[in-house]
Design a binder for this molecule. Structure first.
Ligand SMILES: [Cu+2]
Length: 336
């Protein structure tokens, strides 16, 4: 074999190592696209924190579980509002020219308040709350993640009653094709820096907050799952439940400014009292405020059909026009 041929072969042998993973190429907020940077490539002005490699984060205690592999601060911040529709474009290969390669495992979205602008915020100790989780399609044999593999984007709605401020949005795919072994799960987190406008007042309760790492363990159901291929799959999402945001969010406030006589009687107590269902906590707000709770309000594990909204009207792939129609319908309904 000539030297050049052996060089070619050794280069080719590297390809499979990088071909089967991926990253977030862009995030679309209410129709406006924000491009990311290629992992390990040139750093462009972006609202999406750049990662160093498309390889997965392995291990629940890995510091990169925070915002992806060796994620660095991004220079920009994207504007969004309560109820904003976000599409996260997960793609495959180191250049992003192919579809997301995996079809087994959940899609989850978290947010965390930044201390100051998210463009300068070290999120190592950020306190994350979950706003969405998508697992299995009705029938419990096929995952929503398979739709990403077929070219759809992951959709999520910013909670309709979220208080204004600086937030990170953490979109996470966990790929579980190797999760029959402990430590086999592949974590793919991606963080986008947001500034949320509006004048709502919803905040999560402290019991719904987790750090990353910290929010998961390597042995919990949903991350280590020897039965992941036994259909119908009975899947438990890792991490905290989807948070219900409530006005005032309770206790610690009084020291700041409340009058002694007013303690406890504020409207926040009635709001938090209704936290058993997410939709009822937002009744004082306009109609759009319930949209963020669609993935949790339905009840049974098979009725996550409202999550149909994750089907973006996207280009490639096999998502049928009828599903796209349902996607549009579900949004239309939720805007009423
Ligand atoms: Cu992969």
């Amino acid at each position: 074999m000539t030297p050049s041929r052996s060089l070619l072969f050794s280069l080719l042998s590297l390809v499979p190592l990088v071909a089967s993973h991926g990253f977030v190429k862009q995030v679309i907020i209410d129709g406006q696209a924000y491009q990311g940077s290629i992992p390990g490539g040139t750093t462009n002005p972006s609202a999406i924190r750049q990662i160093s490699t498309i390889d997965p984060v392995k291990g629940a205690s890995n510091p990169s579980l925070n915002c992806g592999m060796n994620a660095t601060l991004a220079s920009d911040v994207a504007n969004a509002n309560p109820g904003s529709q976000i599409q996260i474009d997960w793609v495959g290969s180191s250049t992003g020219d192919s579809n997301w390669p995996h079809n087994t495992g959940p899609i989850m979205t978290y947010m965390a308040a930044c201390d100051g602008s998210c463009a300068t915020y070290d999120s190592a100790n950020a306190e994350w709350f979950k706003i969405s989780e998508l697992g299995l399609l009705p029938g419990n044999t096929t995952w929503y993640q398979s739709l990403i593999m077929n070219g759809a984007m992951a959709n999520v709605t910013i909670p309709g009653n979220i208080a204004p401020g600086n937030y990170l949005l953490r979109s996470e795919l966990i790929s579980l094709q190797l999760a029959v072994s402990e430590g086999g799960a592949e974590f793919y987190p991606s963080c986008t820096q947001l500034k949320i406008g509006g004048s709502q007042d919803g905040t999560p309760s402290s019991s719904d907050l987790v750090t990353f790492p910290g929010g998961y363990t390597d042995t919990e159901a949903g991350i280590y799952d020897p039965n992941i291929y036994n259909t119908p799959v009975d899947y438990d999402f890792p991490g905290p439940p989807v948070a219900t945001l409530t006005a005032g969010s309770g206790a610690p406030a009084p020291s700041a400014s409340s009058s002694p006589t007013g303690s406890g009687a504020s409207s926040s107590s009635s709001a938090s009292g209704s936290s058993s269902t997410s939709s009822t906590t937002t009744t004082s707000n306009s109609g759009a405020s319930t949209s963020s709770s669609t993935t949790t309000s339905a009840g049974s594990s098979t009725s996550k059909g409202s999550a149909m909204c994750m089907l973006a009207p996207s280009s490639s792939g096999t998502s049928s026009s009828s599903m796209k129609r349902r996607h549009r319908l579900s949004h239309a309904k939720r805007r009423l």
